[in-house]
Design a protein around this ligand. Structure first.
Ligand SMILES: NC(=O)N[C@@H](CC(=O)O)C(=O)O
Ligand SMILES: [Zn+2]
Ligand SMILES: [Zn+2]
Length: 425
């Protein structure tokens, strides 16, 4: 037994939270619970449900020079993330039973819990893939991104139908390459805004609409990955699909590209400041279901190329919750909204009913922070293998302690044991 005493919860209430460390669960919540076992005095501290990041690329197998399950999950837990969902564009891509098993073996080294998604290419094998403990289908790429897994509409339809048969959510990378601005391709390689000009906002909105129509027609549950425009968000929500926004689309815009250079290239790309503000408003008012990072590390050396040759993607799993807590500290978002966006909603959408909330009986996935203690974000101090961040110099509120099913996996800069488990296995 471990009791966290007098903690402030996301709704502002002050509670004692008792953890049955053997069972890994929250066993009681109350005021002044009687003494029993160890206790932590959390007076003045904020206790949040561990964050669930529904979109990461931990790069193994195939790209362990960018990230590994060990480095990625350490980065996650140091940022208050206790569960991640890994995407299929690894090498081999996670598209059949064999490739799933290969990834599952590597993922067993994770410090935190995880789900493993299955992907779709013309060679995928749904029978063997769905025979494994897959969390969801996706991200299914409607346009090429890192890994060149873009597929045609006909195969997308087949995949959505197959997923619906197994009641699996389908996470979609929604961009329509036919609507990219080919004229922008002639822009100079040093013009860092060119990527945003090329992969247009219209290309996202149109693809979201089309994907949602197909999902609706086939009776599938669609989740739109990394929506970067207000139009994309509205199109998804209108038809009842869920959606996520990344921290970079929430906080960064085309105005930052002068400074970021190719380190600000990702898919979908950064948008205008005007669109960013509208995205922020939809996150703050609850239209957007969740924040997910699309943590997509590449080495500095790989990123240090011209805008047409640099790989797409930025890291983010360690800075998501700290950046959101800083917004809450400043009064731009409530702590309750942050908990919705990072824990409660992803647990609901991706079917993890024992995670995502501080409630009796739920898993003791918990994050303890001092809500007034801020720290400057520096790539050097983060734990991802890539060693950089698009949020260099920003301010964050970082966890003091992160617990996964009652195990202290991170405390004051030190790591515990890698206790990660597949949430579906
Ligand atoms: N978002 C990105 O720009 N890159 C992602 C792939 C993806 O999510 O599309 C990656 O794996 O590098
Ligand atoms: Zn994507
Ligand atoms: Zn992604």
């Amino acid at each position: 037994m471990l009791t966290i005493r007098n903690a402030t919860l996301a709704d502002g209430s002050k509670r004692d939270v008792r953890i049955d460390t053997d069972a890994g669960r929250i066993s009681a919540i109350g005021s002044s619970l009687t003494e029993s076992g160890k206790s932590i005095d959390a007076t003045g501290k904020l206790l949040l449900p561990g964050a669930i990041d529904a979109h990461v690329h931990f790069r193994q197998p195939g790209f362990s020079h960018k990230e590994t399950w060990e480095t990625g999950s350490k980065s996650a837990v140091a940022g208050g993330v206790t569960t991640v969902v890994d995407q299929p564009n690894t090498n081999p891509p996670t598209i059949d039973g064999e490739s799933f098993d290969e990834k599952a073996e590597l993922a067993a080294k994770s410090y935190i819990d995880y789900g493993i998604n299955g992907g779709v290419t013309p060679d995928w094998e749904p029978e063997s893939l769905f025979d494994r403990p897959v969390l969801a289908l996706g991200e299914v790429f409607l346009a090429d991104s890192t890994g060149k897994m873009g597929i045609e509409e006909e195969l997308f339809r087949e995949a959505v139908e197959r997923a619906a048969d197994d009641y699996l959510v389908v996470t979609v990378h929604a961009e329509d390459a036919d609507l990219f601005d080919e004229d922008a391709r002639s822009r100079d390689g040093n013009d860092t805004d060119a990527w945003s000009a090329y992969r247009t906002a219209e290309a996202e909105a149109a693809a979201v609409e089309r994907a949602c129509e197909i999902g609706d027609e086939l009776g599938a549950r669609l989740h739109i990955a990394h929506t970067s425009t207000p139009e994309g968000i509205d199109a998804a929500r209108e038809i009842g699909a869920t959606c996520e926004v990344t921290p970079h689309h929430l906080f960064l815009s085309r105005d930052d590209l002068d400074e970021l250079g190719t380190f600000g290239r990702m898919n979908p790309p950064l948008r205008s400041e005007k669109r960013r503000e509208k995205v922020f408003a939809r996150v703050a008012d609850g239209t957007v279901d969740m924040i997910a990072t699309d943590h997509a590390p590449h080495t500095r050396k790989e990123k240090d190329a011209n805008i047409w040759d640099a790989p797409s993607g930025v890291p983010g799993v360690e800075t998501m919750l700290p950046l959101l807590l800083e917004q809450a500290r400043k009064g731009n978002l409530s702590y309750d909204r942050v908990a919705d966006l990072t824990s409660r909603n992803p647990s609901k959408v991706f079917g993890m009913p024992r995670k995502g909330r501080i409630e009796e009986g739920r898993m003791a996935d918990l994050v303890l922070v001092d809500p007034d203690e801020t720290r400057e974000i520096r790539g050097d101090n983060l734990h991802s293998k890539c060693g950089w961040t698009p949020f260099e110099g920003w301010t964050g509120v970082f966890p003091e302690l992160t617990m996964v099913r009652g195990n202290v996996v991170f405390e004051n800069g030190e790591f515990g044991e890698p206790v990660g488990e597949n949430v579906r296995a």
